[in-house]
Design a protein around this ligand. Structure first.
Ligand code: ARG
Length: 754
């Protein structure tokens, strides 16, 4: 730029004088003259330079074009990536059986032309199915990842389907919808009545189709290059142990072991030891599938914590997949086990019992002592030598109870035409059948493998039974005993112990209930033995109630958000009156928040916590479970109950109480509760005093509202401290979760609490 055009920036404007301007003018003119002279001098030189200049320009132009081109490509690429990122790739993994094609050993080699052509045929069929479906605009591709033989004949095809969906529309593609398209495309003929139909010319077994959403990482690992820790292991020698050992590397590990037994056999995997971090399978896990790909519905077993005792699992077909996942290693993480090829077992037999009464033999679940697979059927036929002898069955750590309309989640039993559901408990139970000919059937119906079952059997004398009348007590095994009030009287009268089952709840050793919480008073030690203080990263945060040796009930809102939902951050303090002086502290193994919990209105505000260590019996003076109200229990307005907790004593406080506080409150009419708050659901009720004064407050959440609902002095967990407008304000009572609504839900996770 020429200097004369430069503004006089050196001085502030108001200080510019005429002299200074003239000086500048002179100097500018001077320079101009010099420049003109110089230009004339250099004109000749310039001509010489022109050629050179042309060359330089070309280079500059060229670089400029290159630069622009670079920018354009980069922008396009970026746009493309961003575009792609706004869309979600959704992965589905599944399998089906093709009945009419024979397996070729070449299918094991993924590079073989046989595998490639088979894969292409199937992929072509899948393309046809999905490109003509309502999801066609999202469908990207299908990839066949395994073609294997199997015990049902024909080929078992494992495949992935990939969809690319705009983020907002992700939910459209549900697992069932994607599976339904496949199933609907199969034409089954009614004539031959098999489940095998034609899928664009492939004879696909309708009943074999399983499909579930899969992980991107699993997709890449099993179809391409995601990890180098993928093993295909084939075994045919029966009962030989083939070791499986893996150790996590420092960056974290995912290993896939595909185990395939010779046709007609099954795979048994034994876990010898597993060293992982116990974090609810968030980062570390060992998962065993009843397939060759990670299909959720085919999970046989999942370990989320370290294990040393031997657990073994059996497949339902000749294949199994074991995935070991471990995040970055601080400590050693490893898995040791082995697998075997085993023969299929027939389950059940005919048994004639001896004349003497008493247990004489045992029957077990299939493949005992392995976990039994999800598909099984066993039939035992017992015959006693005399009409006067019936059959007694003693279930180890298991009980059966008559099936209701809901059906059984973990397998069902049919005993002489009556249906029962089975539950795992922590004691033995005895079941008597008053017949000399007894047929017992076990049908597995759970989705995963179940713990092995052991049942002792023998004959017993039917004639020794007494008839059931209104003066007898009917035990769970249908035997009546001559003691009308046998229930919870402290002596076991029924052989199955059912008269004293779940009696050990709701009894407080101290019952001098003179009456802080808001408006409360100090409690005595051992007065509320079910009260728990839940500490989140070291500080008291919520309350909870003991309901069994290893389960607590609390409020769902205490675990809202990823940090609070992590069981590792919590400690349960039991048998405590003053903060810091707990008689027993346990880590938390699992948090089960109710699946319908609504964080906007606190509906379904309930959660279950499983302790890592059950509390010891020696503590039972200070730790006791509270009874759960039956579904039929209705909390009536006016009923007096107690709230307890270490929460704030006043709304304005910013600290909880050191000593456990108690306060008596009254259950408030539901309509009044509704008119007060508006958003009261059937899962909530109000309790307090109309004057306010006594109430729960911040920090009491999750803790119990304990009521004595019968005349027998037993305490029931009628409510869970949930929410309220402020604390102890007049006409704004506390809102509690109605626990009687959740008896079946709790029972699902804690079958031993009845
Ligand atoms: N939600 C509160 C907590 O986190 C307790 C609410 C009880 N409030 C009441 N006024 N009763 O501890």
């Amino acid at each position: 730029m020429d200097e004369k055009n430069d503004p006089p920036t050196a001085k502030p404007e108001d200080e510019v004088s005429a002299a200074s301007i003239s000086v500048q003018m002179v100097s500018a003119e001077d320079k101009l003259a010099k420049r003109i002279l110089a230009r004339k001098k250099h004109d000749k030189l310039k001509k010489k330079d022109k050629l050179l200049w042309n060359f330089q320009n070309k280079i500059i132009l060229f670089t400029l074009i290159l630069f622009i081109l670079g920018v354009v490509t980069w922008t396009l690429l970026w746009l493309f990536i961003v575009q792609a990122e706004n869309k979600d790739a959704l992965y589905f993994v599944g399998l089906f059986r093709v009945a009419n094609i024979e397996f070729l050993p070449e299918y094991r080699q993924k590079e073989s032309k046989e595998f490639l052509s088979m894969a292409q045929t199937v992929q072509h069929v899948m393309n046809l199915v999905y490109t003509t479906s309502s999801f066609s605009k999202f469908y990207k591709q299908s990839t066949v990842s395994e073609v294997s033989n199997n015990n049902n004949g024909g080929l078992l095809i494992h495949f992935w389907i990939v969809f690319v969906v705009p983020q907002a529309k992700g939910q459209v593609l549900c697992e069932d919808c994607v599976a339904a398209i496949l199933k609907d495309s199969i034409q089954t003929s009614i004539i031959n009545r098999t489940s095998v139909g034609s899928l664009q010319g492939l004879a696909v077994d309708m009943d074999s189709i399983v499909l579930s959403a899969g992980l991107r990482s699993d997709y890449w690992s099993t179809t391409g290059t995601g990890t180098n820790c993928v093993y295909d292991l084939y075994a045919d020698r029966l009962h030989e142990h083939f070791p499986l050992d893996t150790r996590a590397t420092s960056e974290g590990t995912i290993c896939y072991f595909k185990l395939i037994a010779s046709v007609g056999h099954l795979v048994r995997l034994s876990i010898v030891s597993l060293q992982i971090e116990a974090d609810n399978c968030i980062t570390d896990s060992l998962t065993i599938y009843d397939s060759l790909m990670p299909i959720k519905d085919k999970i046989l077993y999942r370990a989320c914590e370290p294990a040393d005792s031997l657990v073994s699992l059996v497949s339902t077909n000749n294949l199994m997949l074991v995935i070991f996942k471990a995040a970055q290693v601080k400590e050693q993480k490893e898995f040791h086990g082995y697998f075997e090829v085993i023969t299929q077992e027939k389950c059940g037999k005919a048994i004639v019992t001896k004349e003497e009464t008493g247990y004489e033999g045992k029957i077990t679940s299939p493949y005992y002592p392995s976990y039994y697979p999800p598909k099984c059927f066993c039939a035992w036929n017992f015959q006693t030598p005399q009409k006067s002898l019936g059959i007694a069955l003693k279930f180890h750590n298991y009980t059966i109870s008559e099936k209701n309309i809901k059906g059984c989640e973990r397998g069902w039993w049919k005993i002489n035409e009556r249906m029962y559901c089975g539950y795992y408990v922590d004691h033995q139970t005895v079941f008597h059948i008053t017949s000399s000919a007894v047929s017992v059937e076990l049908q597995c119906s759970s989705k995963v493998s179940e713990k092995p079952l052991l049942v002792e059997y023998g004959s017993y004398n039917i004639s020794q039974r007494i008839p059931c009348t209104s003066h007898t007590f009917k035990c769970r095994n249908n035997i009546c005993i001559r003691k009308q009030y046998a229930r919870c009287d402290g002596t076991v009268d029924c052989v199955d112990g059912s008269d004293e089952n779940s009696c050990s709840c709701g009894s407080s050793k101290i019952s001098n209930l003179i009456s802080r919480i808001v408006g409360g008073s100090n409690t005595e030690e051992g007065e509320w033995p079910w009260q728990v203080s839940l500490h989140f990263v070291g500080a008291a945060y919520c309350g909870a109630s003991v309901i069994s040796k290893e389960w607590l009930v609390s409020a769902a809102h205490c675990f809202q958000g990823s940090k609070l939902a992590d069981p590792r951050a919590w400690r349960a303090h039991l048998g405590m009156q003053t903060q810091g002086r707990a008689r027993f502290v346990s880590a938390v193994r699992r948090i089960v928040v109710h699946e319908y919990y609504n964080s906007r209105n606190y509906d379904y505000d309930i959660a279950l916590l499983q302790l890592s260590t059950p509390w010891p019996d020696t503590m039972s003076r200070l730790i006791q479970p509270i009874c759960l109200p039956p579904s039929s229990h209705k909390a009536r307005s006016g009923d007096k109950c107690w709230i307890t907790g270490w929460g704030q004593k006043q709304e304005a406080d910013d600290e909880g109480s050191a000593v456990l506080q108690k306060a008596e409150v009254e259950i408030i009419d539901q309509t009044l509760c509704h008119t007060t708050y508006g958003i009261i659901t059937a899962r909530m009720f109000c309790a307090g005093l109309s004057s306010g004064k006594r109430d729960g407050c911040k920090g009491d959440s999750g803790g119990p509202l304990s009521c004595q609902i019968n005349g027998d002095g037993k305490w029931f967990l009628t409510g869970i401290v949930s929410w309220g407008y402020g604390c102890g304000r007049p006409n704004f009572p506390g809102v509690y979760t109605r626990v009687s609504n959740f008896a079946p839900w709790i029972h699902k996770y804690v079958p031993s609490v009845l």
